[in-house]
Design a protein around this ligand. Sequence first.
Ligand code: ATP
Length: 204
Amino acid sequence: MTQHPKRLGIFGGSFDPPHIAHLALAKHAIAQFHLNELRIIPTGDAWHKTRTLTASPHRLAMTRLAFAEVPQAVVDPREIDRQGASYTFDTLQELKVEQPEADLYLFIGADQANAFKTWHRWQEILGLATVVVAQRPLDGQGGMASQWHNAVSPDVLRLDMPSLNVSATEIRAHVAQGTHADPKMHAWLPAAVQHYIEKHSLYR
Ligand code: ATP
Protein backbone atom coordinates (compact mmCIF):
# COMPACT_ATOMS: atom_id res chain seq x y z
CA MET A 1 0.00 0.00 0.00
CA THR A 2 1.38 3.41 -0.90
CA GLN A 3 1.85 5.89 1.92
CA HIS A 4 0.35 9.29 1.26
CA PRO A 5 2.49 12.22 2.44
CA LYS A 6 1.34 13.87 5.62
CA ARG A 7 -0.83 16.93 5.00
CA LEU A 8 0.12 19.64 7.44
CA GLY A 9 -1.89 22.86 7.63
CA ILE A 10 -0.64 26.15 9.05
CA PHE A 11 -2.97 28.84 10.31
CA GLY A 12 -1.46 31.94 11.89
CA GLY A 13 -3.01 35.02 13.41
CA SER A 14 -2.83 37.47 16.24
CA PHE A 15 -5.79 35.67 17.85
CA ASP A 16 -6.52 38.73 19.95
CA PRO A 17 -8.94 37.13 20.73
CA PRO A 18 -9.60 33.92 18.75
CA HIS A 19 -13.20 33.86 17.51
CA ILE A 20 -15.71 31.63 15.75
CA ALA A 21 -14.55 32.54 12.25
CA HIS A 22 -11.09 31.25 13.16
CA LEU A 23 -12.65 28.01 14.37
CA ALA A 24 -14.84 27.73 11.28
CA LEU A 25 -11.86 28.30 9.02
CA ALA A 26 -9.87 25.61 10.86
CA LYS A 27 -12.67 23.04 10.68
CA HIS A 28 -13.34 23.65 6.98
CA ALA A 29 -9.59 23.53 6.27
CA ILE A 30 -9.22 20.16 7.98
CA ALA A 31 -12.25 18.68 6.25
CA GLN A 32 -11.68 20.08 2.77
CA PHE A 33 -7.94 19.42 2.61
CA HIS A 34 -7.95 16.16 4.59
CA LEU A 35 -5.33 17.56 6.94
CA ASN A 36 -3.61 15.19 9.33
CA GLU A 37 -2.73 18.15 11.51
CA LEU A 38 -3.34 21.90 11.58
CA ARG A 39 -0.80 24.05 13.40
CA ILE A 40 -2.41 27.10 14.94
CA ILE A 41 0.35 29.67 15.30
CA PRO A 42 -0.25 32.89 17.25
CA THR A 43 1.97 35.71 16.00
CA GLY A 44 4.67 37.11 18.19
CA ASP A 45 5.97 40.53 17.25
CA ALA A 46 3.56 41.05 14.36
CA TRP A 47 5.51 43.20 11.95
CA HIS A 48 2.53 44.05 9.77
CA LYS A 49 0.22 45.26 12.52
CA THR A 50 0.48 48.75 13.96
CA ARG A 51 -1.56 48.04 17.08
CA THR A 52 0.09 46.74 20.27
CA LEU A 53 -1.12 43.22 20.79
CA THR A 54 -2.40 41.79 24.07
CA ALA A 55 0.40 40.07 26.02
CA SER A 56 1.28 36.81 24.30
CA PRO A 57 0.60 34.50 27.32
CA HIS A 58 -3.04 35.66 27.22
CA ARG A 59 -3.34 35.21 23.46
CA LEU A 60 -1.73 31.77 23.71
CA ALA A 61 -4.04 30.70 26.55
CA MET A 62 -7.16 31.88 24.69
CA THR A 63 -6.01 30.18 21.49
CA ARG A 64 -5.54 26.90 23.36
CA LEU A 65 -9.04 27.20 24.86
CA ALA A 66 -10.62 28.05 21.52
CA PHE A 67 -9.10 25.17 19.57
CA ALA A 68 -9.34 22.51 22.30
CA GLU A 69 -12.45 21.11 20.61
CA VAL A 70 -10.64 20.45 17.33
CA PRO A 71 -8.63 17.19 17.60
CA GLN A 72 -6.33 17.88 14.61
CA ALA A 73 -5.48 21.41 15.78
CA VAL A 74 -2.16 21.82 17.58
CA VAL A 75 -1.39 25.24 19.03
CA ASP A 76 2.25 25.99 18.27
CA PRO A 77 3.93 28.83 20.23
CA ARG A 78 7.06 29.09 18.08
CA GLU A 79 6.39 32.64 16.80
CA ILE A 80 5.70 33.89 20.31
CA ASP A 81 8.88 32.22 21.56
CA ARG A 82 10.98 33.61 18.71
CA GLN A 83 13.09 36.71 19.36
CA GLY A 84 12.65 39.76 17.13
CA ALA A 85 10.40 40.11 14.11
CA SER A 86 8.55 36.93 13.24
CA TYR A 87 7.84 35.96 9.69
CA THR A 88 5.59 33.30 8.20
CA PHE A 89 8.41 32.48 5.79
CA ASP A 90 10.68 31.48 8.71
CA THR A 91 7.93 29.37 10.26
CA LEU A 92 7.27 27.50 7.03
CA GLN A 93 10.97 26.93 6.47
CA GLU A 94 11.34 25.52 10.00
CA LEU A 95 8.37 23.21 9.55
CA LYS A 96 9.74 22.01 6.21
CA VAL A 97 13.03 21.09 7.93
CA GLU A 98 11.24 19.40 10.83
CA GLN A 99 8.83 17.49 8.60
CA PRO A 100 10.45 17.18 5.17
CA GLU A 101 7.98 14.51 4.10
CA ALA A 102 4.90 16.67 4.74
CA ASP A 103 2.94 18.73 2.23
CA LEU A 104 2.34 22.17 3.71
CA TYR A 105 -0.89 24.16 3.31
CA LEU A 106 -1.02 27.77 4.49
CA PHE A 107 -4.48 29.14 5.29
CA ILE A 108 -5.24 32.87 5.22
CA GLY A 109 -8.32 35.07 5.10
CA ALA A 110 -9.09 37.27 2.10
CA ASP A 111 -7.84 40.41 3.90
CA GLN A 112 -4.44 38.79 4.31
CA ALA A 113 -4.51 37.61 0.71
CA ASN A 114 -4.94 41.22 -0.38
CA ALA A 115 -1.84 42.15 1.62
CA PHE A 116 0.10 39.02 0.73
CA LYS A 117 2.53 40.72 -1.63
CA THR A 118 3.78 42.87 1.26
CA TRP A 119 4.75 39.74 3.21
CA HIS A 120 8.41 39.02 3.78
CA ARG A 121 9.66 36.70 0.98
CA TRP A 122 6.12 36.04 -0.26
CA GLN A 123 7.27 34.45 -3.50
CA GLU A 124 9.29 31.89 -1.58
CA ILE A 125 6.27 31.21 0.64
CA LEU A 126 4.43 30.09 -2.51
CA GLY A 127 7.25 27.63 -3.13
CA LEU A 128 7.12 26.17 0.39
CA ALA A 129 3.38 25.79 0.85
CA THR A 130 0.12 25.68 -1.04
CA VAL A 131 -1.65 28.91 -0.10
CA VAL A 132 -5.38 28.59 0.53
CA VAL A 133 -7.61 31.64 0.92
CA ALA A 134 -10.89 31.86 2.83
CA GLN A 135 -13.42 34.44 1.76
CA ARG A 136 -14.21 37.18 4.23
CA PRO A 137 -16.43 40.26 4.06
CA LEU A 138 -14.05 43.16 3.58
CA ASP A 139 -14.71 46.60 5.05
CA GLY A 140 -15.14 49.45 2.63
CA GLN A 141 -15.11 47.27 -0.43
CA GLY A 142 -18.82 46.71 -0.75
CA GLY A 143 -18.73 42.98 -0.47
CA MET A 144 -16.54 40.02 -1.01
CA ALA A 145 -13.06 40.16 -2.40
CA SER A 146 -13.33 38.03 -5.50
CA GLN A 147 -10.11 38.78 -7.31
CA TRP A 148 -7.65 37.63 -4.66
CA HIS A 149 -7.03 34.31 -6.30
CA ASN A 150 -5.34 35.65 -9.35
CA ALA A 151 -3.97 38.66 -7.53
CA VAL A 152 -1.59 36.51 -5.48
CA SER A 153 -0.80 33.68 -7.87
CA PRO A 154 -2.73 31.28 -10.11
CA ASP A 155 -1.62 28.49 -7.76
CA VAL A 156 -3.56 29.87 -4.81
CA LEU A 157 -6.55 27.74 -3.85
CA ARG A 158 -9.84 28.71 -2.34
CA LEU A 159 -11.33 27.42 0.90
CA ASP A 160 -15.06 26.89 0.69
CA MET A 161 -16.67 28.19 3.85
CA PRO A 162 -19.58 30.43 4.70
CA SER A 163 -18.62 34.07 4.88
CA LEU A 164 -18.65 35.19 8.53
CA ASN A 165 -18.78 38.87 9.36
CA VAL A 166 -16.80 38.79 12.60
CA SER A 167 -13.47 40.30 13.52
CA ALA A 168 -11.35 40.52 16.65
CA THR A 169 -11.35 44.32 16.22
CA GLU A 170 -15.12 44.41 16.58
CA ILE A 171 -15.05 42.07 19.56
CA ARG A 172 -12.45 44.23 21.36
CA ALA A 173 -14.54 47.33 20.66
CA HIS A 174 -17.62 45.64 22.12
CA VAL A 175 -15.80 44.72 25.32
CA ALA A 176 -14.26 48.20 25.62
CA GLN A 177 -17.73 49.76 25.32
CA GLY A 178 -18.97 47.51 28.12
CA THR A 179 -21.27 45.62 25.77
CA HIS A 180 -19.61 42.28 26.44
CA ALA A 181 -22.94 40.88 27.70
CA ASP A 182 -24.37 41.53 24.23
CA PRO A 183 -25.80 38.24 22.84
CA LYS A 184 -23.63 38.80 19.77
CA MET A 185 -20.61 38.06 21.95
CA HIS A 186 -21.93 34.53 22.59
CA ALA A 187 -22.27 34.03 18.87
CA TRP A 188 -18.81 35.40 18.11
CA LEU A 189 -16.71 33.81 20.84
CA PRO A 190 -16.22 30.28 22.14
CA ALA A 191 -17.61 30.26 25.70
CA ALA A 192 -14.25 29.42 27.28
CA VAL A 193 -12.64 32.42 25.56
CA GLN A 194 -15.44 34.72 26.67
CA HIS A 195 -14.94 33.55 30.28
CA TYR A 196 -11.20 34.06 30.00
CA ILE A 197 -11.68 37.63 28.75
CA GLU A 198 -13.98 38.40 31.68
CA LYS A 199 -11.78 36.71 34.28
CA HIS A 200 -8.67 38.61 33.18
CA SER A 201 -10.46 41.88 32.41
CA LEU A 202 -9.02 42.01 28.91
CA TYR A 203 -9.90 44.73 26.37
CA ARG A 204 -11.37 47.09 28.95
P1 ATP B 1 -8.12 41.91 13.88
O1 ATP B 1 -9.54 42.40 13.74
O2 ATP B 1 -7.51 42.18 15.23
O3 ATP B 1 -7.24 42.29 12.74
P2 ATP B 1 -8.90 39.28 12.89
O4 ATP B 1 -10.31 39.08 13.28
O5 ATP B 1 -8.62 39.66 11.46
O6 ATP B 1 -8.19 40.31 13.88
P3 ATP B 1 -6.58 37.59 13.04
O7 ATP B 1 -6.12 36.86 14.26
O8 ATP B 1 -5.80 38.75 12.60
O9 ATP B 1 -8.14 37.97 13.28
O10 ATP B 1 -6.78 36.58 11.84
C1 ATP B 1 -6.07 35.38 11.69
C2 ATP B 1 -6.41 34.80 10.32
O11 ATP B 1 -7.81 34.49 10.27
C3 ATP B 1 -6.15 35.76 9.15
O12 ATP B 1 -5.66 35.02 8.05
C4 ATP B 1 -7.52 36.32 8.86
O13 ATP B 1 -7.65 36.72 7.51
C5 ATP B 1 -8.42 35.13 9.17
N1 ATP B 1 -9.75 35.57 9.55
C6 ATP B 1 -10.08 36.32 10.64
N2 ATP B 1 -11.41 36.56 10.67
C7 ATP B 1 -11.94 35.94 9.58
C8 ATP B 1 -13.27 35.83 9.03
N3 ATP B 1 -14.31 36.43 9.61
N4 ATP B 1 -13.43 35.12 7.90
C9 ATP B 1 -12.36 34.52 7.30
N5 ATP B 1 -11.09 34.59 7.75
C10 ATP B 1 -10.87 35.29 8.86
